[in-house]
Design a protein. Structure first.
Ligand SMILES: [Zn+2]
Length: 306
């Protein structure tokens, strides 16, 4: 079954076609935020129509579209309840796109898609239970219990970024204060970088590069990130008694964050009986969410319970 997978994040929009054989075709990526595209249904529809037309003439049929969105989604309707990083609230995404694209469309939370992909094909294949933490523009999560993604009572079990880490009184866009995402997300690092240098080149990667050069402001920022991230992750270990946390998302690099450093912090924060503490990077890296969107579409076409 050929599907168009879509990863709609707070900064980038990626699409790709795949079928049941390994490998991606016609992969595209747009930095919609930096390029100033209006992220509305009309623009998104036009973009996806173009991708579907290209795939169907060049690589194969598109039997369905799977969309992973950085938002809270109603799983029954495919409606976006709220996606702060997209500027969306109460958008009937599935219905609107099915009407316009004339294809089956399946919508899910990006972190849930990433967790599903890591559980089936990535760093979580040998783990029955794990927490997948997405360090991107914001911070999300997908909790895998008994190899299934736990969606929560309100379908909102993806808001790890809003765990309170209590380092002061920093307000968050969610209305709360001292949320993890205000200290440890790509956006938090980017905001800090903008205070230090020319805003046009400022990004989370700017901070990480400066950290490698041991510039003091970046060292302080990364120390705060590690401290708050370790605190939040320790809450997950202590609450759930899981053994493994997998880090994914756009902020992750081959050597960042330093998992040995995080592990040492966690050894002192996690209850002693909860051992081992296993920390991993997402094996599917930046493709985890896109892969999960494809699994979402293919699974739904087959009538699988995901
Ligand atoms: Zn918050």
């Amino acid at each position: 079954m050929g599907v168009l997978a879509v990863d709609l994040g707070g900064t980038n929009l990626r699409t790709g076609w795949c079928d049941d054989s390994p490998g991606w075709h016609a992969v595209t990526a747009i930095g919609w935020r930096q390029q100033g595209f209006p992220l509305d249904i009309e623009w998104l529809t036009a973009h996806l129509q173009h991708q579907i037309a290209y795939c169907e003439t060049s690589v194969g049929a598109v039997d369905a579209v799977g969309i992973a969105v950085a938002a809270v989604i109603d799983p029954k309707t495919g409606n976006v309840k709220v996606g702060e990083n997209l500027g969306w609230r109460n958008v009937a995404l599935r219905t609107l796109l099915e009407d316009r694209l004339r294809k089956p469309v399946f919508v899910d939370v990006d972190a849930f898609c990433g967790a599903l992909a890591e559980a089936r094909l990535g760093s979580g294949v040998d783990q029955e239970h794990f927490l997948y933490v997405v360090l991107g523009t914001g911070i999300g999560h997908g909790l895998v219990l008994n190899r299934r993604v736990w969606r929560g009572v309100h379908a909102a079990a993806n808001v790890f970024g809003h765990i309170k880490v209590g380092l002061g009184a920093t307000p968050c866009y969610c209305g709360g204060r001292d949320c993890l995402c205000q200290y440890a997300s790509g956006d938090a690092l980017t905001q800090l970088a903008k205070l230090q240098g020319p805003p046009l080149i400022a990004s989370g990667a700017t901070v990480i590069d400066a950290y490698r050069r041991q510039e003091r402001w970046a060292t302080e920022a990364v120390e705060t990130m590690y401290q708050t991230l370790a605190l939040a992750v320790s809450h997950a270990f202590n609450l759930l008694d899981i053994a493994c946390v997998i880090f994914g998302g756009g902020v992750i690099q081959a050597d960042f964050p330093d998992l040995v450093d995080l592990q040492q912090r966690l050894e002192t924060l996690v209850y002693p009986e909860i051992r081992p503490i296993i920390l991993r990077r997402a094996a599917l890296q930046q493709d985890a969410v896109l892969t999960g969107a494809a699994l979402l579409a293919q699974g739904n076409l087959r009538g699988e319970a995901l």
